[in-house]
Unconditional design. Structure first.
Length: 162
């Protein structure tokens, strides 16, 4: 909701997250909340409804059935929450949004996220060299994806439970 955007902007600009993402202006987030091609979620963890981070999907109405994990940012790191989110997001993309392709890009310096995506079955497609400008120099983007058949195989192999 629009009322969540103060939290979202705060998480996005947190020094622990900033090196791994390109933060948006509030108006971009407002657009993503309103525009039906996007889904903009708050991640809640624990027993209450405490906000733990946020997720943005894009391409939810894609005629190509290509859904993008546009952004995932979690405040508590290294506790398995990212894996739980990625698993839920795959289910949402393939089962609920009927995606054929679920894809993302990740900065090449972001080894934690790359490890997570690869261990969750995403396949590296290639690298967009020097696609992101940094304060000093550039970083590349690694493009990764999963196709619906690959997801179905993982479900059949019981790799998507939990
Ligand atoms: C990326 C992110 C969503 C992952 O969530 P998380 O809750 O920290 O991830 P998890 O704890 O579920 O899993 C992290 C995995 O990475 C591994 N890992 C941690 N640091 C690592 C590193 N430097 N190199 C390689 N692997 C690393 C962990 O060991 C774990 O793998 P394992 O379960 O096989 O041991 C979260 O850390 C985050 O929000 N980071 C900042 C923003 C960001 O990078 N977003 C993604 C942009 S594409």
């Amino acid at each position: 909701m629009l009322s969540d955007l103060d939290f979202v902007l705060g998480v996005e600009r947190d020094a622990a997250n900033l090196p791994f993402i390109t933060p948006w202006e509030r108006t971009q987030h407002e657009g993503a909340v309103r525009f039906p091609d996007f889904r903009h979620f708050i991640v809640e963890a624990g027993t209450g409804t405490q906000a733990a981070g946020f997720v943005i999907l894009q391409g939810c109405r894609s005629p190509h059935r290509a859904v993008e994990l546009k952004r995932i940012v979690l405040q508590a790191k290294g506790q398995g929450l990212g894996r739980a989110c990625v698993r839920l997001l795959k289910r949402m993309a393939f089962r609920d949004l009927r995606a054929h392709r679920f894809w993302l890009d990740v900065k090449s310096r972001n080894l934690r996220a790359q490890h997570l995506y690869e261990s969750e079955g995403f396949v590296v497609e290639g690298t967009l060299r020097d696609a992101v400008r940094l304060d000093e120099g550039y970083d590349s983007l690694v493009v990764m994806s999963m196709l619906e058949g690959e997801y179905a195989e993982r479900v059949a192999a019981d790799q998507e439970s939990g």
